[in-house]
Design a binder for this molecule. Structure first.
Ligand code: ADP
Length: 213
């Protein structure tokens, strides 16, 4: 990747050469993302170095939205959070994992929503669980794709979605994270209208996971 980047500053090049150098960089970036995603999946499944903590819900969301705000602004997408009155201050979770899951869902929502749309994170609480519902006004998902979305490497059949870069591993990671918390993830969507992804986790984790590692 380094040498491909340096090509640009190593003398005159025609457009085709510049394009080839860009394609090398992009290819390496895709491979790096794929490898990182696979490492993430392995780490989550084996539970390496994971520790349950009591996490301030809103701070956690703020971290995710602030790191994706630039992406939203660039696409003129309004990114918001809806907070219910009865929101608990904290939830027990693996901090880094919960953040990663939310990041993937919000990043997807931004990626699969055309310019000028909206992405909203709704928080829904029940007696024993907290649900993050990430709603977008984007391209939507064909009905036949919905049951398979959380499979590794599955990228769906929607041409508009396939034109975006991706590894097809993001939602598999979210599913592993949800399961590690004893929670679940699912999606509802209307093609051409938008999608909502739900991530539900229990408010409290079993004692063993708090003491482990
Ligand atoms: P990737 O985005 O890298 O392809 P994911 O596992 O995150 O992989 O998503 C799998 C597929 O689910 C995507 O390729 C896309 O077709 C579909 N998808 C995910 N999120 C959305 C969304 N918010 N709106 C529309 N389609 C989505």
């Amino acid at each position: 990747r380094g040498y491909a980047t340096m090509l640009e500053s190593s003398g005159e090049q025609n457009d085709q050469q510049k394009n080839y150098a860009r394609m090398i960089t992009r290819g390496v970036d895709n491979m790096a993302k794929l490898v990182n995603n696979l490492f993430d999946l392995g780490r989550i499944d084996f539970g390496v170095g994971l520790q349950v903590e009591s996490i301030p819900v809103l701070d956690n969301i703020e971290l995710v939205t602030s790191s994706l705000q630039l992406q939203a602004t660039q696409k003129k997408i309004s990114l918001g959070v809806e907070i219910p009155k009865d929101l608990p201050d904290t939830v027990e979770a693996y901090q880094a994992l919960l953040q990663q899951a939310l990041y993937i869902l919000v990043e997807n929502a931004l990626k699969y929503t055309p310019e000028g749309g909206t992405v909203t994170i709704h928080l829904q609480c029940a007696a024993n669980s907290l649900t993050f519902a990430i709603q977008d006004s984007g391209i939507g998902i064909p009905k036949i794709d919905l049951p398979r979305l959380f499979e590794k490497f599955y990228r769906g059949t929607n041409r508009e979605a396939l034109s975006q870069r991706g590894t097809g591993l993001g939602l598999a990671i979210v599913k592993s994270i949800a399961e590690r918390h004893g929670g679940k993830v699912w999606a509802e969507s209307e093609l051409g209208q938008g999608s909502t992804f739900f991530l539900q986790i229990p408010l409290v984790q079993p004692k063993e996971s708090r003491q482990s590692q």
